[in-house]
Design a binder for this molecule. Structure first.
Ligand code: BGC
Length: 246
């Protein structure tokens, strides 16, 4: 089934039509800047404009950077605080004019990687970490997602781990690969102590540069770069929407 997948991020809102059987994109990937301030009304209007560019009437799946329970945002770490308590699903469905399902962005990326990408056919436990503005996480056991794990908010150095070891922090502080990897190692040590995952997949745009820092990482789990990189959120959100139509 073809579904329009959308990934709402802090700097851009991306979308593409996805073949949810193969995981392949069936259209080009379009990106529009996230409005600033990224209030619910402004983001909904921007998503509606993006959907119009695809001239799309079918199902839509959307990844969103917050804890999502029954379509409602329960947190707002890197987005406008006014999202907390907002029914994202209802808001987007009304703005677009057709039904839209919503999932945490990292969970969406994880679904794509486990179904079609680096975690395909992995039978044990696996954690997908998306590295970007924040640190997103998706937790799987035997291919089943345990949603909204938010491991980027584990405490590290007196604050959320993502404020210490995210991709944005690496850039902002001008950290060398070596210095940043040390921070990531601290984060993964915490994750491994708590969950002992057998596989860790690192996603986000930075997975393209995995040769630069994978050799510096010290983890017990098998370590793999994501295959879908920053398309994963689009593909996973589309798959969720396809499943809810079935
Ligand atoms: C949010 C998560 C999100 C991650 C990646 C974090 O700040 O709390 O919900 O998955 O950023 O976007």
């Amino acid at each position: 089934m073809d579904v329009l997948g959308i990934d709402i991020g802090g700097s851009g809102i991306k979308g593409a039509i996805v073949d949810t059987i193969s995981g392949e994109l069936k259209s080009e990937r379009l990106r529009v800047p996230t409005p600033s301030p990224a209030t619910p009304q402004a983001v909904a209007a921007t998503v509606a404009e993006l959907v119009e560019q695809f001239d799309w009437q079918g199902p839509i799946g959307c990844g969103f950077p917050a804890v999502i329970a029954n379509g409602v945002a329960k947190s707002a770490a890197n987005i406008d605080a006014s999202w907390i308590g907002t029914d994202v699903r209802a808001l987007l469905t009304a703005a677009i004019g057709s039904s839209c399902v919503v999932i945490n962005d990292a969970d969406a990326a994880g679904l794509a990687e486990m179904r079609f990408g680096s975690g395909k056919d992995w039978a044990g436990t696996a954690i997908v970490i998306t590295v970007g503005t924040g640190l997103g996480s998706a937790f799987f056991s035997n291919g089943i997602l345990y949603p909204n794990t938010e491991l980027g908010h584990l405490r590290l150095k007196a604050g959320p781990a993502e404020r210490y070891a995210s991709g944005a922090v690496r850039k902002k502080e001008g950290l060398s690969w070596n210095a940043w990897s040390k921070r990531l190692n601290r984060f993964f040590a915490l994750v491994e102590r708590l969950f002992s995952p057998e596989l860790i997949i690192i996603g986000g745009g930075i997975s393209r540069k995995h040769e630069k820092f994978f050799p510096l990482l010290d983890v017990q789990a098998e370590l793999r770069p994501a295959q879908f990189r920053n398309r994963a959120g689009i593909v996973g959100a589309a798959c969720l929407a396809a499943a809810s139509v079935d």
